[in-house]
Design a protein around this ligand. Structure first.
Ligand code: PHE
Length: 448
């Protein structure tokens, strides 16, 4: 049974795979994955991560895309309709709401980090990294964060661009952007790897990232791998559900899911091979997250031949990656507003944009005006990050996988999988994935 979406559809299978990969490949791949992989035993961690992706994250991805494709509606209306058809509890709709809210909240702090990246594109064009040492690089970043107007300004520019793209719709907005941004991202990444190989310490980077060191692999590293596999595929945030709703009829969900997960992992590993040769060649510490990208890397680029050019390319690549993820975070909110109110895309984009900006205000100000405002020892930015990444995403993912593998009516399942639920949704989806998610929760709340 083929249905049409009121929102439109991807033109072909590649647009879907590219858009979903664009959603998956983001800040998480470029600054988080290489670092956590290196710290947790390199190749040993990569192995565990691949297991987490295939046994837990992939089934959730397939469940999300299936739910979207089955009704071609926003996550909220899709789960509502599917649970009615299955004569299941109305409470399942909370899963849809959770996903929409998670995506929305993630964008509210993601836009701030994406704004830093935009600022660093301009700094590199101005040659601000030339001859920089660690202390002055720290001061450069610190002074920037201390300015509420600059941080908010750049976040706003990023958000306006995101909402303008979404306002233009699926074909002319999202697909058109993806078709340019994804090849640009891959091209820039390849250039940066070549530069790293030519000018940096490729061998140390390779060792750090790929040589398995099982002694560094702890139970905690396994949890890190599991948690990251959700964030990196954007699971539990409605992105894959809504992109699945726009999927052409004749595309295999399982095959596409495997391709998306593989592409995401490949890009994360390649990003490590772009960053670490430069970091090691300059005797820098592979410090964590923001420090690595925004303090250590500028020092490295600042002392290398053509450093400004490649710094600019690096931050452009980071901005592209952030952008293709950002547009997927609130597409489900957009779709819901269009379904519910019948507004045009532009009007919905204006409303969502203002709402995200207001909620994100606290995140942009967390590094300056509101730095003293904390709850559970976390500032606003960290709190929203923690709430979404550690609580909402796994919780919604658990609900989603349970819904798709146990609750969805057979008729709906058969409409998307003519041969019945694929094995990944039956064995793995019914038992392994939910168990894995429960383990993450137990560990977060200190039971493990
Ligand atoms: N996967 C993105 C990243 O790695 C983040 C993301 C989260 C995208 C939630 C969509 C939804 O940066």
């Amino acid at each position: 049974m083929s249905q049409d979406s009121v929102h439109g559809k991807w033109r072909n299978r590649w647009t879907f795979i590219l858009a979903a990969s664009g959603s998956a490949i983001g800040l998480g791949n470029i600054w988080k994955f290489p670092y956590i992989a290196g710290e947790n035993g390199g190749g040993a961690f990569v192995l565990v991560y691949l297991l987490c992706i295939s046994l837990i994250a992939l089934p959730v991805l397939i469940a999300e895309v299936s739910i979207g494709k089955a009704t071609r509606l926003s996550p909220i209306n899709s789960i509502k309709l599917l649970s009615e058809r299955a004569k299941a509890s109305n409470y399942w709709v909370l899963c849809g709401w959770g996903a929409v809210i998670a995506g929305f909240l993630i964008l509210s702090f993601y836009m701030v980090v994406a704004g830093w990246s935009l600022h660093y594109v301009l700094l590199s064009v101005q040659g601000a990294f030339n001859g920089l040492d660690g202390a002055s690089s720290g001061a450069l970043f610190g002074d920037f964060l201390a300015s509420p107007s600059l941080v908010l300004g750049y976040s706003t520019v990023f958000l306006v661009a995101t909402m303008l793209c979404l306002g233009k719709g699926i074909e002319k907005g999202i697909a058109a952007t993806i078709n340019v941004a994804m090849p640009a991202l891959v091209g820039l990444l390849i250039l940066l790897v070549i530069y790293g190989a030519a000018e940096g310490d490729f061998n140390s980077a390779f060792e750090f990232l790929f040589i398995p060191d099982f002694s560094k692999l702890t139970f905690n590293s396994m949890l890190v791998a599991l948690g990251h596999s959700f964030f990196t595929l954007g699971l539990g945030a409605g992105a894959m559900m809504i992109y699945g709703a726009y999927m052409p009829d004749d595309v295999s969900i399982t095959k596409a899911g495997v391709q998306i997960a593989l592409t995401d992992t490949l890009i994360a590993l390649t990003a490590g091979m772009a960053i670490f040769p430069i970091v090691f060649a300059n005797g820098l510490e592979p410090g964590q997250g923001p420090d690595l990208i925004f303090i250590a890397l500028p020092v490295a680029f600042g002392g290398m031949p053509f450093g400004s050019v490649f710094a600019c390319l690096f931050f452009l690549m980071l901005s592209c990656a952030a952008f293709t993820s950002a547009i997927s975070m609130v597409e489900s909110t957009m779709a819901y507003i269009v379904e519910r109110k019948g507004y045009t895309r532009m009007k919905a984009a204006r409303i969502v944009g203002v709402m995200v900006w207001l909620v994100g205000l606290g995140s942009a100000l967390s590094f300056n005006v509101m730095s003293d405002v904390t709850l559970f020892e976390k500032n606003y930015f960290d709190l929203i990050d923690y709430l979404t990444t550690n609580i909402l995403l796994p919780l919604v993912s658990l609900g989603t996988i349970w819904f798709a593998s146990w609750v969805m009516a057979d008729k709906d399942v058969l409409s998307i999988f003519p041969d019945g639920r694929p094995p990944l949704l039956v064995v793995v989806g019914r038992w392994v994935a939910p168990l894995g998610i429960v383990v993450i929760f137990a560990s977060i709340f200190g039971f493990l």
